[in-house]
Design a protein around this ligand. Structure first.
Ligand code: AMO
Length: 433
């Protein structure tokens, strides 16, 4: 017989199901247990006299999380979860589980996040936790579908590099034979390179490494970056437009395809209509009225981002906001500056309920201007040979964005910690499992 998922059982038919033993109850001559597979649960009911004695004996010997296979008849049963049960004809134990379990899988006894992460594969047997990753899988698919529908070309760029264009302090050095190399902190150089190569519109979804000693609920040392870059743009609004369509597509796709998972998690989603765009100056004025001061030339701190998030929700009814024109002092040398206003950059952050999920910008594509900008930051552009070359042989005006997949999942589902949104988090303390 072919194996069936618990969600696809029809009363009156014979079925073979496979999964793990969760709750069980023994009322003497009547024994029940729930079998859990990736699609849900089904009750297995063994009544003395109605099932073979050998089956009854096996049911008696079962413990939580034993991995089993059950063949039997599916019946309607009003009292059972989902309104159906299986009357077993045979049960095979595929693999016994040790007892006691290191964490309570059904979540009745709450374990701390650290303990859950130490036992992550068991933690993920909890349907509320695995729902996050089924949704994450759809976020990934929505991104890929979106970029292809907008004619972006997928690229894969090296994660072993010599240097980046972000701040040097965040690089993880590695031993590369007899040389020093670094784990990639951003595909920035390469995505710009591929625009100049003539692909015009490129995207990559890949690991990004940051040697940041940040102990926050938003920072990881390894995360999944969603990066895109596009050529022949008019200005950074073209780039913000793509982000807006991307986020709308992601939320719509998850809403349409993950109903069960959202219900399991008790989350309801709203597709954003129009994401407001505020200059940092406007955001500063709004925040000032609420008693929060962002000093001139500074980025908003996480507290200011949170406050801004709630103000935007109140004023525009939206959970997301773009804040643009970040100070030149705080942004990398490759961000373009608007004509006549060298204090700011043609850059933006996208903030979701007070958490930054993306940074983007129009890049400076004019070699001489870029060289001057690098110099202002104490960098010699020509010492970055491969990067400098991109701008020497006809480079279109271009811009792009880096989004954090883990942060998108965290913000969309209202998770309290980014570590909930990633299977096996890496942070300054955690390197296992
Ligand atoms: P930035 O450094 O802002 O920009 O990173 C882009 C996005 O990546 C996510 N992110 C992180 N997620 C988890 N843990 C971290 N430590 C972490 N750091 C960043 C955030 C952030 O918005 N090259 C530019 C992008 C560009 O201009 O195209 C860059 O890397 O969601």
């Amino acid at each position: 017989m072919k194996r069936t998922y618990t969600s696809r059982l029809t009363p009156g038919s014979k079925a073979l199901v496979m999964g793990w033993v969760s709750h069980s109850r023994d009322l003497g001559g009547l024994k029940f247990f729930l079998l859990r597979d990736r699609e849900g649960h089904v009750q297995v009911t063994a009544k003395k006299g109605s099932v073979p004695d050998s089956v009854l004996k096996t049911v008696e010997s079962l413990s939580r999380e034993d991995c089993i296979s059950v063949a039997g008849t599916v019946k309607e049963a009003k009292q059972a979860p989902g309104g159906i049960e299986i009357i077993p004809e045979s049960i095979e134990i595929l693999s016994k589980s040790n007892t006691p379990l290191p964490i309570d899988i059904e979540g009745k006894i709450e374990s701390g996040l650290d303990k859950r992460l130490d036992n992550r594969f068991l933690d993920l047997r909890n349907p509320k936790h695995s729902a996050i990753f089924r949704i994450r899988s759809h976020v990934f698919k929505a991104c890929v579908d979106f970029f292809h529908s907008e004619e972006f070309i997928n690229i894969n760029t090296p994660k072993i590099t010599v240097a980046g264009v972000e701040s040097g302090a965040e690089l993880f050095p590695i031993v590369y034979f007899n040389r020093e190399a670094f784990l990639s902190q951003s595909p920035q150089i390469y995505k710009q390179m591929m625009v100049a190569a003539g692909f015009e519109k490129v995207y990559e979804i890949a690991p990004v490494f940051r040697a940041e000693k940040s102990h926050t609920t938003r920072h990881l040392t390894e995360f999944t970056g969603i990066d895109f870059e596009m050529g022949f743009i008019r200005d950074m609004n073209d780039v913000m437009d793509v982000n807006e369509r991307l986020i709308r597509h992601i939320v719509k796709h998850v809403k349409e395809n993950c109903g069960r998972e959202l219900e399991t998690m008790g989350v309801s989603l709203r597709v954003p209509k129009k994401i407001p765009r505020l200059s940092l100056e406007e955001a500063r004025t709004l925040l000032f009225k609420k008693g929060k001061k962002i000093p001139e030339g500074e980025d908003p701190d996480p507290e200011a981002e949170k406050l801004l998030g709630s103000m935007v929700k109140e004023k525009y009814g939206e959970e997301l906001v773009f804040v643009y024109h970040y100070p030149w002092e705080k942004r990398p040398f490759y961000h373009m500056r608007p004509d006549g206003n060298p204090k700011v950059t043609e850059s933006f952050d996208l903030i979701w309920n007070g958490v930054e999920i993306a940074t983007g910008a129009q890049r400076e594509h004019r070699y001489d201007v870029l060289k001057r900008q690098a110099k202002e930051k104490g960098i010699d552009l020509d010492s970055m040979k491969d990067y400098a070359a991109i701008f020497r042989y006809g480079c279109p005006p271009h811009g792009g964005t880096g989004l954090g997949l883990d942060r998108i999942v965290e913000c969309m589902l209202g998770l309290k910690n980014i570590r909930e949104a990633i299977l096996l988090p890496r942070d300054p303390e955690r390197l296992t499992p």
